[in-house]
Design a protein around this ligand. Structure first.
Ligand code: C2E
Ligand code: MG
Ligand code: MG
Ligand code: MG
Length: 285
């Protein structure tokens, strides 16, 4: 609920769903300035091993600390960033921030050896010719082991052109990065397509987790994805877990990993590190 979100360390700005052209233009102008002034930062949400509550990684999520509007979530700027191409410099900046952060956490011994940060990549970023080379350069510059990084792409990226996506993903995979398919279940990727891609994890979209046991189709879809992951030898991460009951049901179905407000909202880096100090988080034994 909005109340629950407001309880977090940051207040949340609720953008209008029907932005006018003037609003969009203003957002574009302010976003350009905001990027230059370092107003766009990452928040980190733990990805938890459901069995033992260990934090296996974190998803990096963009936040805009707007001087007047307060904290703006991606729904308030991502579409404009993608339409205007601002997503390219923004994405580059956020990759540098995530890389520096995960390197620091490993160096300081705050995380377990296999801990990784997940970075979201939108269509427009992914389809830039220089994308994989730039990403690998940024990781190298920050002295990041590529195994500490997962990229989250949606099914639409793959389905946009499976033939062209495959060499890009294979290159990243060969370099040692992990590949997660985000919002899984909302798109149309076939089992056959997935099988050809070097995927490490499927992330069950939170809309299905929210309707677990409330509607039969969602419940069956979750069960199917978990089984599919098992059969493909791919990890399954459930998104948007808000209740202990949802976590229990997911474990019963064989799901191994999850993230959601049950454990933590996306947090500023310092608060995330404080949360790690209290690891393990409650699991589902
Ligand atoms: P996503 O990658 O599917 O991220 C998960 C979203 O679910 C995040 O929303 C997260 O805050 C939210 N969430 C996590 N746990 C819960 C929960 O228990 N309940 C509920 N109701 N929500 C939960 P957020 O941060 O608003 O991000 C929205 C989307 O924006 C992301 O969806 C991702 O597609 C995109 N995004 C975020 N950061 C970046 C970025 O740095 N680059 C790019 N290209 N896209 C980003
Ligand atoms: Mg994601
Ligand atoms: Mg997702
Ligand atoms: Mg999503």
């Amino acid at each position: 609920s909005a109340k629950a979100r407001e309880r977090g360390s940051w207040a949340v700005f609720a953008p209008s769903m029907h932005a006018t052209a003037v609003d969009r233009l203003r957002t574009e102008t302010e976003l350009r300035t905001g990027i230059e002034r370092g107003q766009l930062r990452l928040a980190y949400q733990p990805i938890v091993d459901l069995r033992d509550g260990g934090v296996v990684g974190s998803e990096a999520l963009a936040r805009w600390g707007h001087p007047e509007r307060g904290l703006v979530p991606p729904s308030g700027f991502l579409a404009v960033a993608e339409e205007t191409g601002l997503i390219i410099p923004l994405g580059r900046m956020l990759v540098q921030e995530a890389a520096a952060q995960v390197a620091a956490w490993h160096r300081e011994g705050r995380v377990r050896p296999g801990f990784r940060v997940s970075i979201n990549v939108s269509n427009r970023e992914f389809w830039q010719g220089a994308y994989p080379a730039r990403l690998l350069e940024a990781l190298e510059a920050a002295q990041v082991d590529p195994g500490w990084v997962a990229i989250e792409i949606t099914e639409t990226v793959i389905m946009h052109s499976a033939e062209q996506a495959l060499p890009v993903l294979s290159r990243l995979k060969q370099a040692g990065l992990r590949l997660h398919v985000d919002d899984f279940g909302t798109g149309y990727s076939s089992l056959e397509t997935l099988h050809r891609f070097p995927v490490d994890a499927l992330k069950i979209d939170r809309s299905f987790v929210a309707r677990l046991d409330l509607d039969e189709r969602s419940t069956e879809l979750v069960r199917t994805i978990v089984t599919m992951g098992r059969n493909l030898g791919v990890e399954v991460i459930a998104e948007g877990i808000e209740t202990a009951r949802q976590a229990e049901r997911l474990v019963e179905m064989g799901c191994e990993y999850g993230q959601g407000y049950l454990w933590a909202q996306p947090l500023p880096a310092a608060e995330f590190a404080a949360l790690l100090a209290g690891e393990p988080l409650p699991g589902v034994p």
